[in-house]
Design a protein around this ligand. Sequence first.
Ligand code: ZN
Length: 282
Amino acid sequence: MNKKIKDVLHQKLQAKKSVLAGLMIIATLSSCSKNNEEIMADAQTNALQSKNVKQGKLGGQTITYEKKDGLNFFQGDIVLTDQQLTEDNSANKGGASFSRWPGGKIYYTVAGNMGSINGNKITTAVNEYNNKTNTQWIPRTNQTNYVEFIFGSSSGSDGWAHIGYQGGRQNISLDQYISVGSVIHEMGHTVGLYHEHARKDRDQYVSIQWNNIQDGQAYNFNMYNSGTDIGPFNINSVMMYWPTSYSKNGQPTIKRANNTNFTYNRTGFTTGDINTINAMYP
Ligand SMILES: [Zn+2]
């Protein structure tokens, strides 16, 4: 998921809210009811959004997630099924993954409205997986269990994916302006990877800058203790959050443990990413 763009969008939203606050003053002065209604609608939307933040169990651990468009979003771009949120830890044998794709074979289809630009990104990302990891992404013929790349939006640059092997059809959603690196990131969730910053050993390597995180978003930085950390912590992992993910002020939300900044990677796999995937799919 392209957090940087998301941050920009958030800033735009904040700017819009400032404008609305300004309008509220104007509305009060001029008794313009239309503006008041708009402001009320905005306030109601915000209240609903916060109501959509829920708690559930994942692998035996209580986690916070957001219900949006009927989907359960965990840490921004990982989609959990209702089943995953009700199973106890005995059902989760996946470690870093929820569960593995049998034989490391991942059958996929691409939605007809995806367009050739994203189609090419998918091809590039599939080749990266097929050339560098033990997972094989294979165009689906008639398999029952598969992933479909669906088109998210024509304006955004985000993506999301179901985590691990689900059985039946599952999705990876790609917006028009997503990067190839972020396609590789979303496919990492499909393979079974959670975010690197959620590892239980992360505090040895990074420092979460809680004061810079947007109100109501701190839960996205919680550790996920129920998974199994594979290999050493990898700050350049394609599965790391951006340094300014969910920043409310443009300042870093994640730094190195020694308080210096790190550079994010969305160009492709690091050796650590490949080693992790291959440990999961020997
Ligand atoms: Zn992600």
